[in-house]
Design a binder for this molecule. Structure first.
Ligand SMILES: C[S@@+](CC[C@H](N)C(=O)[O-])C[C@H]1O[C@@H](n2cnc3c(N)ncnc32)[C@H](O)[C@@H]1O
Length: 237
């Protein structure tokens, strides 16, 4: 299903960066074919976007909370959270197909029923979600795009923060970590803007004892290179 949708709607899967790092193994390929449709929101979002409906994604109402992770990479953080919190619905969004495959395999192997996946550019996922319906959004070490000429490719900018604000419930949070000091500073600059509505924010450098320290492959790489892991937490009051 994923492969057909990508062929039919390539624009919605597009973003800056790699999409396939290496060939999918036959077993992951098989898992995609058999199971992606059972966990994926892609078809519903694409049908909504190409029809006349908006914000009509059906979130499973049997769960007490909805948490999104954007750009989950190999899915370690997403999977561990979902396994530890079976009463919460997790929506993982990742355009990197090998990462989607890895987490899909773990979901199937462990019979998890509280994760949905989205392989589209996360803008389309967020746009299709009802306003004020999400409890938390995690973005763990987004692509840093360190070169000045690439800053415009960064996911987190004024418009994106405003979009997340709309989708978060009152009392909900956006949690971002990054090992890029320049990205961190640009996020702080952005949230100072008067048009940004988040009223409460926490910024800190994470340390060994912190829950969100050393929780993903990219964070680990940053730590090994001696970089600080910055946290920005935005709360909608
Ligand atoms: C630097 S990696 C971090 C991966 C993981 N969070 C970690 O910390 O190991 C950023 C990830 O975000 C994904 N990504 C970038 N732009 C995206 C978008 N617009 N929608 C969904 N995923 C995106 C990339 O494919 C990549 O896997």
């Amino acid at each position: 299903m994923l492969f057909e949708l990508k062929k039919t709607f390539p624009d919605y899967y597009r973003y800056y960066g790699r999409r396939i790092a290496k060939r999918l193994s036959p077993s992951i390929n098989d898992i995609f074919i058999k199971n992606y449709k059972n966990f994926s929101l892609d078809r519903e979002i694409l049908e909504n976007l190409n029809g006349d409906q908006n914000q009509s994604l059906n979130l499973n109402s049997k769960f007490k909370k909805n948490i999104i992770e954007i750009g989950f990479g190999d899915g370690k953080h997403l999977f561990e959270l979902a396994q530890a919190n079976k009463d919460i619905h997790f929506i993982g969004c990742e355009v990197f197909i090998n990462g989607l495959g890895k987490v899909l395999k773990k979901i199937v192997d462990n019979n998890l029923t509280n994760i949905s996946l989205c392989g589209l550019n996360c803008l389309y996922l967020l746009e299709n979600i009802k306003d004020s319906s999400i409890d938390k959004i995690f973005i763990i070490n987004p692509d840093p795009w360190e070169k000045k000429r690439h800053f415009k490719r960064r996911l987190i900018n004024k418009e994106f923060i405003a979009l997340m604000y709309k989708k978060i419930k009152n009392g909900g949070k956006v949690i971002i970590t990054t090992d890029s000091s320049s990205y961190f500073l640009s996020i702080l600059e952005t949230i100072k803007n008067e048009e940004i509505d988040f009223e409460d924010s926490i910024q800190k450098i994470l340390d060994k004892g912190d829950k969100l320290y050393d929780i993903s492959k990219y964070q680990k790489k940053g730590i090994e290179k001696g970089r600080k892991i910055h946290l920005v937490e935005l709360k909608k009051i």
